[in-house]
Design a protein around this ligand. Structure first.
Ligand code: SAH
Ligand code: DHB
Ligand code: MG
Length: 221
């Protein structure tokens, strides 16, 4: 199997099952025109986030790493009108593109985009007493362990915590890796192993954005 075939199958799934969406396509166009890196989740992965949020009946969602708001739009669409996504982004150009895209999607009222380093904003959310039913961790990979600890602190009972990019072309199994992202994922996995509060698994994925994976953790108490 090749990347080419993964991409072709992803296109087939997306056209048939995920289905074309002008607002999401426009969000990607705005992001590319603004020079953002093309590292958003794929359409089929975005739909998975949406479905998980609906299955959980999430009312409040936290996202760490907004980029141009592509995954934010998928998550926000899963919410009731009383719901809210708080999304954290450190890069002001990324945040500007995201604001445009979120507004065009008609979701500006339920998305609270906060610009700054996530590790600075997370304590602010805690001080505000905010709690979430689902957290999507998708920012800088060396900080995944810290983001996971914050997600646990900010979780409602039975919350889901989803972490993107935890397989990294299979590099995750290299215990000698000096890649800070791989090391971050491996430290996160050690936390998961030791933490009795969560039940988790990791699913490897292939598709139009290559070979990677995500972890889904259920907060038990
Ligand atoms: N979730 C997005 C993709 C996010 S890409 C989607 O799927 O559509 C990762 C984003 O995290 C980038 O926009 C990057 O600027 C942001 N980021 C990196 N380090 C960060 C930090 N310390 N705090 C907040 N955001 C950060
Ligand atoms: C990168 C970040 C992501 O969130 C992703 O899904 C793919 C790549 C990156 O920083 O390279
Ligand atoms: Mg990602």
């Amino acid at each position: 199997m090749t990347d080419e075939k993964w991409t072709a199958v992803d296109r087939y799934i997306t056209e048939l099952i995920v289905q074309p969406d002008a607002v999401l396509d426009a969000a990607l166009e705005v992001s590319i025109a603004a020079g953002l890196p093309e590292i958003s989740v794929t359409p089929s992965q975005g739909k998975l986030l949406y479905l998980l949020a609906r299955i959980r009946r999430a009312g409040r969602i936290l996202e760490i790493g907004t980029l141009g708001g592509y995954s934010t739009i998928w998550l926000a669409r899963a919410l009731p009108s009383s719901g809210c996504v708080v999304t954290l982004e450190s890069d002001s150009a990324h945040a500007a593109a995201a604001r445009t895209n979120i507004a065009r999607a008609g979701l500006a009222d339920i998305v609270d985009l906060r610009v700054g380093l996530a590790l600075d904003t997370l304590p602010v959310l805690a001080a505000e007493g905010q709690r979430f039913d689902l957290t999507f961790i998708d920012a800088d990979k060396p900080n995944i362990p810290q983001y996971f600890e914050w997600a646990l602190k900010l979780s409602n009972p039975a919350a889901l915590i989803i972490v993107d990019n935890v397989v990294r072309d299979g590099a995750v199994i290299d215990a000698t890796s000096e890649d800070p992202g791989v090391r971050g994922v491996r430290r996160f996995n050690e936390l998961l192993r030791a933490d009795k509060r969560v039940s988790a698994t990791t699913i490897q994925t292939v598709g139009s954005k290559g070979y990677d994976g995500f972890t889904i953790a259920l907060v038990e108490s």
